[in-house]
Design a protein around this ligand. Structure first.
Ligand SMILES: Cc1cc2nc3c(=O)[nH]c(=O)nc-3n(C[C@H](O)[C@H](O)[C@H](O)COP(=O)(O)OP(=O)(O)OC[C@H]3O[C@@H](n4cnc5c(N)ncnc54)[C@H](O)[C@@H]3O)c2cc1C
Length: 405
């Protein structure tokens, strides 16, 4: 039986592990945390992410917990519209999903066939450079080595497996910090009908995005319900306790248009999840590495971590998983599996490079520094940001999962 070792039970690793197991692979999933859990926030999934999950056989699970994000617009902090809200066709409409709901769906997709080992920390790969050795690749962990025909490194931005494969890629700060929260539906503020909960407000160095997960149990709502928001601010993450961070956020976003103030007022310190935003520079030159009769694939943030400005990181992780699983589905270890792993890199590299390029343009608008740049940014906000928002919708609409080979 063909065997795979998946390192990292984040959303990318879970999606890939379940899909491989459903197509006849024996899968071992290694996770360094003591249990598999989400961070209790939410995710926006663009149609490419939804299509990838459907290709992975998880469409029904997602449909049950996702809420469509219809008619959201983009405003400046003074309330002026940059992009008017308008309804988009389904192939351009994102959905929002509570991360815990998504994890439940991904965990259900693992079925009985995946051996899950938590509390196991991967330390590296053997052979170390995954080159022309005849041996199957093995993951060296704090509890011994685990080998397989296919190793998937889905261990996030700070991957311990990547440095041996892509030594030139370094993790750097993206120059901003992000705060996220889900306000549970029973504490959510009541807003007048003419003030939509979901939307995007874009300012100089600051951004606030909110999305309704609906009321728990009501039609069309995510199963947990609530209101999700994510605030981004240029600069480093804050060392203060959550109560002080919340005070800072309320100060930074004071006078921003409704519902920003109402949502920050309804947020409690325990709801808050702060994250310094990091990215990989340069991206690895390849994502697939042949070793013996199989090889190693980088997947998700381990391959192409980028800032969250276009909401594509998880979507691309699902694209990676759908592509890899389609390519290796019927591949026999040896030349066929080697070829499938190389093809994975050939398909995924240009796609992720293009999305990273779009994301960096958005970062430049959000985080412009210097007097001239600051003056130019106002103009950029008017012209470039709507174009970039449109381009992410194009990016999402264009991708189709490859047919199984
Ligand atoms: C503020 C913010 C908002 C975002 N919003 C969106 C959005 O709306 N839409 C979207 O598509 N994307 C979004 N993203 C990006 C998205 O969250 C990531 O791209 C995605 O979570 C990456 O998934 P992953 O499985 O590759 O990595 P991770 O989720 O980081 O999972 C890696 C897993 O590997 C485990 N691990 C790490 N090292 C080891 C080791 N040595 N041994 C064993 N296990 C290990 C970790 O414990 C973890 O479980 C956002 C990101 C941020 C920061």
């Amino acid at each position: 039986m063909r065997t795979a070792v998946v390192v990292g039970a984040g959303i990318g690793g879970l999606a890939a592990a379940g899909a491989l197991a459903r197509t006849g692979w024996r899968v071992t999933l290694l996770e360094r945390a003591d249990r598999i859990r989400s961070d209790g926030t939410a995710l926006v999934l663009w149609p490419n992410g939804v299509r990838a999950l459907t290709a992975l056989g998880l469409g029904a699970g997602l449909d049950a917990v996702a809420t469509p994000l219809t008619e959201t617009g983009v405003r400046r902090p003074n309330g002026q519209w940059l992009v008017q809200p308008r309804s988009a066709p389904p192939e351009r409409t994102p959905v929002v999903v509570h991360r815990e709901d998504l994890y439940d769906a991904l965990m259900a997709g693992l079925g009985e066939q995946v051996e899950i080992r938590t509390g196991v920390c991967a330390r590296g790969l053997r052979p170390t450079s995954a080159d022309q050795s005849a041996d199957r690749p093995a993951v060296v962990t704090d509890r011994g080595a685990v080998d397989g025909d296919l190793v998937i490194a889905a261990d996030g931005v700070r991957s311990t497996l990547r440095p041996a494969l892509a030594p030139a890629s370094a993790v750097i700060s993206s120059g901003c910090a992000a705060w996220r929260a889900v306000i549970p539906w029973y504490r959510a503020p009541q807003l007048p009908a003419d003030r939509p909960v979901s939307g995007d407000v874009l300012g100089a160095g600051y951004r606030f995005v909110s999305a309704s997960l609906g009321e728990r149990g009501s039609a069309g709502a995510s199963s947990r319900g609530g209101i999700y928001w994510v605030a981004t601010a240029a600069g480093a993450s804050r060392p203060e306790p959550p109560t002080t961070q919340l005070t800072l956020l309320r100060r930074w976003f004071a006078d921003w248009p409704s519902p920003v103030g109402e949502l920050l007022a309804a947020t409690e310190p325990d709801d808050l999840v702060q994250q310094e935003v990091r990215e990989l520079r340069p991206l690895p030159q390849a994502y697939g590495f042949v070793a013996g009769p199989g090889g190693v694939a980088l997947l998700g943030d381990a391959a192409h971590a980028m800032p969250h400005h276009l909401g594509q990181g998880a979507c691309l992780a699902f694209e990676d998983a759908a592509t890899l699983c389609a390519l290796v589905r019927d591949a026999v270890p040896g030349r066929q599996l080697n070829a499938a792993i190389e093809e994975y890199g050939r398909l995924r590299h240009p796609r992720t490079v293009a999305v990273v390029r779009q994301t960096r343009r958005m970062a430049a608008v959000l985080q412009a520094r210097g007097r001239l740049m600051l003056r130019a940014r106002d103009a950029l906000l008017d012209t470039l940001s709507p174009r970039l928002m449109g381009s992410v919708a194009d990016t999402a609409a264009q991708w189709q999962p490859p047919a199984p080979r």
